[in-house]
Design a protein around this ligand. Structure first.
Ligand code: FES
Length: 171
């Protein structure tokens, strides 16, 4: 564990006193609840915004579970992210209707346009690509959600215009 804390990058939440205190508080408050790993990871994701690799190692050590278990949970659920999110989050619905309706082609187009993979953020910190479950707008499939905006019946040739609205926007 000493290695983990000695080698963390200066910008990691564990290296920032305020965030480290928050992480410790979340661990302390939840370490004995049933399903502590999931509860802690959920709290870290919502309060810190992501769960870095050093944070995963820290959680494993504090909760006395194998690091592979923590990593497995983080990688299994798409709402966990291991790097900070961008200013805007673009989510592709991967529910059945959207999947069949062409979500994979939309994802390929977005990756090509932005030069990043799903789960990554553009180098300027502007856009993060993610996938999500059904958002309940199946009649509009395939859907793309950007922050709180929902776009329906999106096609690969209409996606770039949607992305462009957010690529430079500050809000
Ligand atoms: S499957 Fe995409 S909105 Fe329901």
């Amino acid at each position: 564990m000493a290695n983990v804390l000695q080698s963390i990058p200066a910008d990691d939440p564990l290296a920032i006193p305020e965030q480290r205190a928050l992480i410790d508080r979340i661990l302390e408050e939840n370490r004995h609840v049933p399903g502590a790993v999931m509860v802690v990871l959920n709290e870290l994701q919502s309060q810190i915004g992501y769960i870095s690799n050093p944070m995963q190692a820290y959680v494993a050590q504090k909760l006395r579970v194998p690091l592979t278990h923590v990593r497995g949970v983080v990688s299994f659920y798409s709402f966990f992210t291991t790097t900070p999110r961008g200013r805007h989050t673009v989510k592709f619905c991967m529910g059945t209707a959207c999947y069949v309706g062409g979500a994979p082609a939309l994802i390929s187009k977005a990756q090509e346009e932005l030069g990043i993979a799903v789960g990554q953020t553009t180098p300027d910190g502007q856009i993060t690509l993610e996938v999500c479950r059904c958002i309940g707008a199946c009649s509009q499939a395939p859907t793309v959600t950007v922050d709180r905006d929902i776009y329906g019946r999106v096609q690969p040739n209409t996606l770039p215009a949607i992305l462009n609205k957010y690529r430079k926007s500050k809000k």
